[in-house]
Every structure is written in C-alpha cells, then in structure tokens.
Design a protein around this ligand. Sequence first.
Ligand code: SAM
Length: 295
Amino acid sequence: MENGNFRALCDILRESYGDRADEAVAGLCEERLTTLRVNTLKTCADDVFKSLRAANIRFSTAAWSENAVIIENAHESDIRRLDIYREGKIYLQSLSSMIPPILLDPKPEDAILDMAAAPGGKTTQLAALSGGAAAITACEKNKIRAERLRFNLERQGANRVTVMVCDSRKLDDRFLFDKILLDAPCSGSGTASNRRCDFTEQLYRRCCELQAELLKKALRLLKPGRRMVYSTCSILPEENENLLLKILPKFSAKLAPIPENAFSGAKRLPCKIPEALLIMPDRLYEGFFAAIIEK
Ligand code: SAM
C-alpha cells in the first residue's frame, strides 16, 4: 500500500516525466540487489572474489568496473558478517553512488574538496581512485555523521583525508581546490519506495535552496580550468538540471559531456541537459543524477 509521502512524490514524477513516470515508480518499488565496492586501498578485486566464493556468495560485476560487485544471493547483513567487510576491504555502496567519484577522476597530485561527505562512501572511493595519494578535505555539517565518516575513513585506510565538521557554505573563499565533489543533500526521491519514503514538499523546497547555495560556493572554490561533479540521489529536475541551468551561466561554468555508452547497464531517464547522467531507478541502480562541470 502506498504511503502519503510516496503518493506526493509520484505526483511530481508524473508532472516531470509523463509516460515514463510509471517506469520510474515501478523501479523505485523494486527491491534492489546488494552491491559493494572493492577497496583498492587494502586489497584487489581477485582477493575479494576469492573470499566471496569461499562464503558461497554468488556475484557478478558491473560492466564499467570490476570493483563494482553485484551480490546475487545474499543481503547486506550477510556481507557485514564477513572478515573482508570488518577489515575494510570492501564497502557496501550502491552502484549509482560509485559513479560521481569515477567522473571526478581524482589524480594523486589533486587537492580535492568533498563538500557533503558523510558517511564517506564517495570520500573513501576518491581516496582509492587516487591510490591513496590525493589530499582530500571532507566536510560534514552533522557531528554524529562526521563521527561515522571518521570511522569509515579509518577502517578503509583513507589516511590522506582531513575531516572538517562544518557547514561547507561557510568555507573560506581563499582556499581553492583542483577538484570538488558536491554530492548534495537532497530529497532522496531516487531512493524512496512505497515502503520507506521521507519525501515532503517542505523537504524538497528546503533541499533546492540548500543545493543552490552549496553549488554557488563550490563554483567559487574551484580553480579556473578545473572540474567538479554535482550529484544527487534525486530524480527531480528542480534539484538537478534546472538548478544547473540557472546557476552555471552566472559563473561562466559549463557542462562536460558524460558519454552515452558510459556506465552501460544503467537505464536513463530523459533529462533536459544531454551532457548529464540521470539514472532510472531499477533492481540494480538507485535513481541518481550526476553532471561534470568545468569552470
Ligand atoms: N557523499 C556521501 C557519501 O557518499 O557517503 C553522502 C552525502 S549525503 C547525500 C549529504 C550529507 O551532507 C549529509 O551527511 C548531510 O549531513 C551533509 N550536509 C548537509 N548540509 C551540509 C552543509 N551545509 N555542509 C556540509 N555538509 C552538509
């Protein structure tokens, strides 16, 4: 049975996507398979595959990365009991949420800002993708969530990350970064379901305001000629493409295309900006938006 919050969300999805909204709603209601990321700071894909086979866990990998593992016959609770989980050799993470760090393409010499970091899935992935060498500043406003972030950084062996417990909107404009990830707080419309849905009009409006402020700050903190990634686990245009279309021209920033065949396996929802990636929720992927921005 649908709850009221989910009904309100479905109404906005129908206004935004017409005929395609039913597919998105059906996707939201699917039970997603458990997925995890191999933490290359501590191990390699083959070693994780061996451990999974030893535990009689069946799996496959995403077409776009052997480190993105799809579990076929076990739940998160089963994975949490494995040594490789306790030792930080893997991180439970949705496939969609592994995409923004890949798009940011961190290099060992980069100074990177992660503006909304907890619990740290993407921060630790950024660290791993840079071979543990990039200097990463991870901001998180919520103290309790920042503790979780610290715990995860430690467990995953991401040693070159500095945690700042602060509101990213208040960061000093004098400190510029080579790359910025803004995985913005959002309404969660891409991960809601008829069983669990926190969506309200009020939350949606508040998120849109916050996203605009965070994006403006990100564009001020990004070095000229460099790249940032904006992402949300929302599939509502106001939190994604409409926001970018409104704000980017004011900063002479532009979108860089994400090739259409990148991340094969992820179905796409129609999006006003062809350069971006808007993922249709389904059994494998959460609904998700990501865009590469260059200043
Ligand atoms: N990037 C994270 C990951 O991959 O694990 C998930 C981030 S979650 C979508 C958004 C986070 O932003 C929340 O932990 C929230 O507490 C934090 N947040 C919200 N407003 C913030 C702000 N103004 N400054 C810094 N962090 C903020």
